[in-house]
Structures are given as C-alpha cells and as structure tokens.
Write a protein that binds this ligand. Sequence first.
Ligand code: MN
Length: 255
Amino acid sequence: MTDVLPQLVDYHCHLDLYPQCELLFEECTEQNISVLAVTTTPRAWPRNKELAQSSSSIRVALGLHPQIAAQRAVELQLFEQYLGETHFVGEVGLDAGPRFYRSFDTQLKVFEQILKLCSEAGGKILSVHSVRAASHVLRLIRQHVDKSRVAVVLHWFTGNKTEAKRAVDLGCYFSINQRMLDSPSTRLVVSSLPSDRILTETDGPFVEIHGRSVRPSDIELTLRNLAEIRGTTSEDIRSVIAANALALEKHAVFT
Ligand code: MN
C-alpha cells in the first residue's frame, strides 16, 4: 500500500466470481482501481490470495457470507486459521430477507464469533452485509467491536436515517453501489452521510448494468450519480473517496 491515490475505489467486489477472473485482477491493477476483493467462503481464501499476490491495488478479504453461513458454519475453523494472514474480512454479516430468514439464528452465532475473533486480533477492516438486519448488525458491532482496533464498512446499507446515524456514531463507513442509488429512500440516506465516511462499491458480478455484470470500472457512473445527489462534482467525489479509502486503511491497519 502506497500513498498514491487510486483512480477508482471498489470496496466490495467478488472478483473471483467473474468468468476469466485472472484478467479482471490484471485489469484493475493496470488501471489503478483500488479493489477490496471480498470472498464468500474461507475455502476461497488461498486461491484469491494467490490471484492478488502481485497486485498493488487489490486487497483480498476473508469471508463467510451470511447467505451460506448455515451450510458453511463448519468453515469457521478455517476462517480462524486464515485470519492472521489478512487485515481484510468480508463478506460477513446478517441477512434476514425472506430466503435466508430461516438460518438467522445460525447467522447470528457465526457473525458474533467473527466479530469476536476480529476484535481479539485487531487491525481488521470488515465489509459487512446487513439486508433487513441493520439493527441487529449495529447491535452486534456496538457489543463486540472496539473501533480503535476494527473498522466496519457497511456494504449496500439500506437501513433508515436513524440507523444510518447510529452507524456513523459507531464509526462505520458506507460503501455505496449503483443499485442503491435507484431507490429514492436510500438516495436520501446516502445524501445525509458525512463525506468522510463514504466509499464506492460494485458488488459485482451480482449487479447488472446496461444488461451485463457490473465491473469495477463502472464506478465512474456511481461517482457521477453520487456527485448529483450530494451537489458536487464527480472529480470532487473521486478524490474524497480515494482519500477516505486511504484514511480508513491507515487508521485501522497501520496504526
Ligand atoms: Mn456481496
């Protein structure tokens, strides 16, 4: 990690789930796009680590996705084993949407355990999923996270304004994607976030744009939309977000 500001920041992308992902790892590195490459299972860690090895702009996060936490709870052991190899953790969190509500109790146990392990270790940055579970996620962060040791980035946050305010008070960052800006209520929440807490993300390849999977370079469009919502220019938002990514990592990892 150097102090050179990235061109674009994609703080939540599943790079390893794209076809021919090796090329995308190369493309992001060449274009100086700072990517947090999140993963969905601890088993994916070694391969992702290898893919990002020679990249100056991609960091890989160790994950255990809430939507598969019930089937993969047994991989917590593997999570613990790999945790010392990285400062970055994600995708982790909770999902109380209709398809995943049944596993919510297991998700709570897994996420709580992950927060405890990260807090014990310190120097971690987490990318956290909170679909229909913002209040539970914030409660667990308040209980288990010491913000001087662990930084939380709320990915695709769709909580209300009160929950957003609570998250800001807990020290959380927010990574904002294109799809979030399609929702009028979320646009309103996004417009109220403090400038020093916002980041951008794609959540690719799960989000579509122009009839294809979104790519990290599409963050340009999100910058334009964010600029419009927040009444500034894309260039201003670009430098604010690049500086935020740098500040976040300095604070959480290098101090
Ligand atoms: Mn994701």
